[in-house]
Design a protein around this ligand. Structure first.
Ligand code: ADP
Ligand code: G6P
Length: 447
């Protein structure tokens, strides 16, 4: 069996990763073994001239550092101030600066240089996410001929957002250098096909096989999953957090997201406010726990969303809190996964309300963590990739606070029978399509 080489921007060297990509790949690589290459997180010194290896039990990791300049242009700049907002439908938040694109190209070329001495002819290379679109094209320039696959963890945009990028045709050329490109949802594959049709040079050969910019490749959907079995066990064993329920005496709603503007956190807070305004009987009976660890703090849009979130939480608490009850509790830190599992299990309602999201693993974690005899209710945005398969959730439009508040009220009142019926259908899918299924399907297709 050939070796699997995974490349992603984010490489976990410490504990407590928050972010779907790292959580999923860590689970996948534990099963298959191999080598995982990525950024160490160090960006104060020089960009590495070689990879630094860290041996692990199940797989090897190899890290590189970035200089402040490379970090600013490639990571904060093109990846997270141009691609991330555009691919999440927020072209208004894009900051197009020529140096960002140059830095993005330069760092991807440099990662290819760092990889070359460590590659074997029969490796299978699996490149992850939007930070690394050009990597296959850089590896091909260096005569790498092995199979190279790409998986996009975030949405692929339609032609309007693609056209707003400074280099839409270059993006399509980068994609064309892979042998297999994987998307989270059918929605993304269709957007990709339509964008390529309008802005690039594509023809559908047969089924999933396409010709893009003169190269033949496959474009397919592989919805990502979680390590369901171990998360279920973790939630079942999370006894300590059981105290939460008696502590609050209220029905708990939970939201768990990196503090990102794509996650719809202010929209969720406003809907909660509406719920309290319209249902005075719920005062002191329902509590909302929002866990939102910091992310990409040096990008101004992230500072703005933090301010907006904290301002809203303060305002709603000021208006509704009593001496015995705080309506919104907000934690701006990562927390250990076993604790998270226990909190999901406690919560009667899981709130997953992104305005745009590749998949959203929190939706799957919430379902996996429930007590099957008395499960909670998942409220899920129709704009999460997860909504394509998790139809038994209460599917909502996160832009509409009335609809969201109504779903919250419906979830609070839902009978145990209906909760069990919805949950068992959701759980079946989360069990069947776990992270192991995702990586096996992808790797089988990569060949
Ligand atoms: P994204 O990849 O955009 O961050 P996902 O919902 O797909 O969104 O994945 C988020 C992952 O990060 C989940 O596995 C979730 O449990 C984890 N996570 C989010 N917030 C925290 C937190 N405060 N502490 C620990 N893990 C977190
Ligand atoms: C999402 C992206 C990942 C990214 C993660 C955390 O899951 O798809 O590529 O790693 O967010 O973001 P960060 O910028 O901290 O790596």
């Amino acid at each position: 069996m050939s070796r699997l080489v995974v490349v992603s921007n984010r490489l976990p060297l410490g504990d407590n990763p928050s972010g779907g990509l790292v959580v999923a790949l860590q689970d996948a690589l534990r099963q298959s073994g191999g080598l995982w290459i990525g950024f160490s997180g160090e960006h104060e010194g020089m960009t590495s001239t070689q990879l630094v290896f860290h041996e692990g039990a199940a797989f090897q990791r190899a890290a590189f550092d970035l200089s402040p300049e490379d970090y600013d242009s490639y990571y904060l700049g093109f990846s997270n101030s141009v691609l991330w907002p555009a691919l999440h439908g927020r072209t208004d938040l894009m900051r197009i600066v020529p140096e960002y694109l140059e830095g993005y190209r330069r760092v991807n070329a440099h990662i290819a240089d760092l990889m070359i001495p460590h590659l074997r002819e029969d490796d299978r290379i699996w490149v992850q996410d939007y930070q690394l679109f050009p990597l296959a094209s850089e590896l091909r320039k260096r005569s790498v001929t092995c199979r190279i696959g790409f998986f996009l963890h975030i949405p692929f945009p339609g032609p309007a957002e693609c056209a707003a990028l400074p280099n839409p045709t270059e993006l399509l050329d980068w994609v064309s250098e892979y042998d297999l490109v994987g998307f989270q949802a059918e929605r993304d594959r269709l957007n990709f096909m339509e964008s390529a049709r309008q802005l690039g040079d594509i023809e559908q050969v047969e089924g999933d096989v396409i010709r893009l910019s003169g190269r033949t490749l496959q474009a397919r959907v592989f919805p990502i999953g979680i390590d369901t079995a171990s998360f279920m066990t973790e939630a079942r064993n999370a006894r300590e957090e059981d105290r939460m329920r008696s502590l609050t005496g209220a029905q708990m709603m939970i939201g768990v997201d990196r503090l990102d503007y794509s996650k719809g956190i202010p929209q969720r807070f406003r809907a909660f406010q509406l719920l309290l305004e319209n249902n005075p009987d719920l005062l002191e009976k329902v509590a909302f726990l929002q866990i939102a660890p910091p992310t990409r703090k040096a990008v101004s849009a992230y500072r703005d969303i933090r301010e907006e979130t904290e301002h809203l939480a303060g305002r709603i608490n000021g208006e509704f809190a009593t001496v015995n009850w705080t309506p919104i509790r907000y934690i701006h830190r990562p927390i250990p996964r076993h604790e998270l599992a226990g909190l999901y299990r406690q919560a009667r309602i899981g709130l997953v309300t992104p305005l745009a999201d590749g998949m959203n693993l929190v939706a799957k974690e919430y379902v996996a963590a429930q007590d099957v005899s008395d499960p909670g209710v998942l409220i899920l945005s129709r704009f999460a990739g997860a909504a394509e398969t998790m139809q038994e959730a209460l599917i909502i439009n996160p832009h509409d606070p009335w609809e969201l508040a109504e779903a919250m009220a419906q979830a609070i009142q839902m009978s145990a029978n209906e909760r069990r019926r919805r949950h068992s259908a959701l759980l079946r899918d989360v069990v069947e399509h776990d992270v192991n299924w995702w990586s096996s399907e992808y790797l089988a297709a990569l060949g």
